[in-house]
Design a protein around this ligand. Sequence first.
Ligand SMILES: C[S@@+](CC[C@H](N)C(=O)[O-])C[C@H]1O[C@@H](n2cnc3c(N)ncnc32)[C@H](O)[C@@H]1O
Length: 394
Amino acid sequence: MNDIVTSNDQIRELLKPKEEVFKKEVILDNSSNLIDIILAKNTLDTYKDTKYQLEKLHDSLKDVFDYANVPYELRKRQFINATGYAMSPQNAVTTIKDVFRISGFVRAINMAIQDLKKSNKNKKLNIVYPACGPLAPLLLPLLAYYKTHNIYSEKDFQITFIDIQKGAILSLKEILKVSNLDIFVKEILLIDAVDYRTDEKIDLVILEAMQHGFSKEGHLSISKHFATLLDDNGIFLPQEIKIEAVLAIGEEEYNTQWKESDIASSQNINEKIKNKRVVLGEILKVNLESLKNMEIIELDENTKLIQCSTFKIPIFEDNSDKRIMLFTTNVVIYKDEILREYDSGITHPLPNLDICINFVPQEQKESDLCLKSQDTIVFYYKLVGLPGFLVTKK
Ligand SMILES: C[S@@+](CC[C@H](N)C(=O)[O-])C[C@H]1O[C@@H](n2cnc3c(N)ncnc32)[C@H](O)[C@@H]1O
């Protein structure tokens, strides 16, 4: 029944006039302008210009579903698979607007390609971009820039794009074809990234499949798989993700500190409020080394865990003992290209609202874990349909 009923919002969408903006020139020119800005300076100095260009690019690409004839149910389809959440293509197109994330990855990928070109001389590089989404936003503008300025051609590298959402794959194919950027394509695969197999070692992996607090999406499982496929001299982006557990005062952390700021970023963090935080410490570090050595505990067929750190909750001073727990993330994309706390949607500190430290919530939930100073707690990372951290009292 559902399949043959067109909903009112779908009909409204169908009635909208289609703008003639999905054109090769728009994508190429806009992308080139964007990359000129991003490569010139650091993100904070170019924030406004980059934001403007990204919004323009988003607006010129967001109608891709119409042009690629992606059925409505595929645009909105979201699901949870064994390794994580697959965001709907319709929501995934908005990730191109995340200024710090796109800028950081663009500079990092550009640097990594330059480094690989230097060390591999004339070799054609094998690049893989799993969980690329419908726009492949970390790489697409850079490809347009390389082509427009004749910096690299299809002789320099070939790319495999992978996504588990059919709507994303159909859209990406259309964009690459319209903009003639398909010259760089080796394959565009509709598969679960952890099922990718190849005989040829990968020179560069570009992966970003996480949400804040390193939650929900399958970044860790996908990283673990691709770490085994990387050439010994290859580069894995991001190089390192570090997550810490922090005890904070919720109201100050999320409200007071941002009242005066236009942009939330690591540069605008209020030092006084930051100093009141208590950092329990690092709970997980993800890099090539740690991925190799990670021990996985298998509880049942669908439930795997990684044991992380153990900490003791300290005694607080100054009547500031009622705390919430945050998971903070810092991402070293490549060398000095770093996404710090609050810079991006993926590094926004995630509050774990089930953990109550030195207080009992007015309305208790079954999932609440009430803890006191001096309790010892153990952190696990859950490799399940919705990955994320689990805290237990020892
Ligand atoms: C937020 S979107 C796009 C992320 C993209 N890397 C970016 O930078 O904007 C996440 C994408 O990852 C895809 N995805 C999630 N898990 C996947 C998996 N196991 N294999 C392949 N694609 C996956 C989803 O289908 C979705 O299109």
